[in-house]
Design a protein around this ligand. Structure first.
Ligand code: GLU
Ligand code: ZN
Length: 283
C-alpha cells in the first residue's frame, strides 16, 4: 500500500507551489489505491503561527483534496524526537556545538548543496553545555552503517552521500529536533512508503537515509517533484505577485479550487510561473 504525505510548515499561507506539491502527493497515492496523509510541521516555535494549520486544511479541501486519517502535528511528537536524540547520543554520534553562524563562516567552510558545510570545529566535544545545538558526526555514523543507497522515483537509484551536507544539526538549541530528525521520525511513524516533496529537499534525503539506518527505521522510496517557481527561476514570493491560495479565494469568491488543481495536474502552469526540475544532479 502506497502512503504519501503533504507536510507544510505553518510559517506562512499556502501558495500555488504548495498546491502543486499537495496535488502531486495526493494523486500518487490515489492512482495506486493508497493513502494521502497530512502533517503540520509546527515545531519551529519562533516562526509557526497558530491558526495557519486550520487554514491549510481549508485550502486542501478547496482544492478538492481529501486526506486519510488524522492530521499529525510535530508539536505532539517532541518526546519521540528527544528519545531518538538520546539514542544517537548514547551511540556517541552527537556532539554539542555552540558555534555562531559568523564563526562558521569565518572558518571559510566548503559550500554544500544546502549552503556552508559545518567545518567540524566542535567535533569530539564531550561536554554538554547549556544552550548548545547537537550535531551528527556524519563520518562516525557512516563508519557504523557502511554504504547506503536510496531510490528516487524520478531520478532513480542514489548512493547516499550525507557527507556532502556535513555534520548537520539534529537537536537545535531552540527546539527539540531539527527538520532532518523530525521529518525522518515522522515519516516512519506515519508509515509513509513514498516520501513526496519538492526537489529542493533532494539533498536532505542523504541525511535522512543515514538516520533511518542508525535508528533502525523502515526505508521508504522518495519522489522529489519539480518546483513551481517565478518565471525568472526564483522562489514564489508574495511580494513578486504570487498570491496565497486564500487570497485567490478572497479576490474572487467563485474561484474554483478544483479547476485549479485539475489544471496543475494537467501540467498547465499558471501565467508568470514555471516548473523547475531543480534536481540536485551533482555527482
Ligand atoms: N515542511 C517542509 C516545507 O514546508 C516540507 C518537509 C518535507 O516534505 O520533507 O517545506
Ligand atoms: Zn561548533
Amino acid at each position: 500500500m502506497i502512503r504519501t504525505r503533504f507536510a507544510p510548515s505553518p510559517n506562512g499561507p499556502l501558495h500555488l507551489g504548495h498546491a502543486y506539491a499537495a496535488v502531486v502527493a495526493h494523486d500518487l497515492a490515489r492512482a495506486a489505491g493508497g493513502e494521502f496523509l497530512v502533517r503540520i510541521e509546527d515545531i519551529d516555535g519562533t516562526r509557526s503561527r497558530p491558526g495557519l494549520a486550520a487554514a491549510f486544511l481549508a485550502d486542501l479541501a478547496w482544492l478538492g483534496l481529501r486526506w486519510d486519517g488524522v492530521v499529525a502535528h510535530q508539536s505532539d511528537r517532541l518526546d519521540s524526537y528527544a528519545r531518538a536524540a538520546g539514542r544517537l547520543r548514547d551511540m556517541g554520534l552527537l556532539y554539542p556545538c555552540t558555534c555562531t553562524r559568523a564563526e562558521v563562516l569565518a572558518a571559510d567552510p566548503a559550500m554544500g548543496p544546502e549552503g556552508p558545510v559545518y567545518p567540524g570545529t566542535c567535533r569530539g566535544r564531550r561536554d554538554a553545555p547549556a544552550g548548545a545545538a547537537w550535531r551528527l558526526d556524519v563520518a562516525a555514523a557512516l563508519a557504523r552503517t557502511g554504504p547506503l543507497t536510496w531510490i528516487d522515483a524520478v531520478a532513480g537509484p542514489q548512493s547516499a552521500r550525507p557527507e556532502r551536507l556535513g555534520d548537520v544539526v539534529l537537536v537545535r538549541k531552540d527546539a527539540p529536533a531539527s527538520y532532518h530528525l523530525a521529518v525522518t521520525l515522522d515519516d516512519a511513524a506515519q508509515d509513509i512508503t513514498l516520501v513526496t516533496r519538492g526537489a529542493d529537499l533532494f539533498a536532505a534525503t542523504h541525511i535522512h537515509r543515514l538516520l533511518q539506518a542508525l535508528l533502525d527505521l523502515p526505508v521508504p522510496r522518495w519522489h522529489h517533484h519539480g518546483l513551481l517557481v517565478e518565471a525568472d527561476g526564483r522562489k514564489l514570493a508574495k511580494r513578486r505577485g504570487s498570491p496565497a491560495l486564500a487570497d485567490l479565494r478572497q479576490v474572487d469568491a467563485t474561484a474554483d479550487g478544483l479547476a485549479l488543481a485539475n489544471s496543475l495536474r494537467e501540467g498547465q502552469i499558471p501565467a508568470g510561473l514555471s516548473l523547475a526540475a531543480t534536481l540536485d544532479g551533482d555527482p
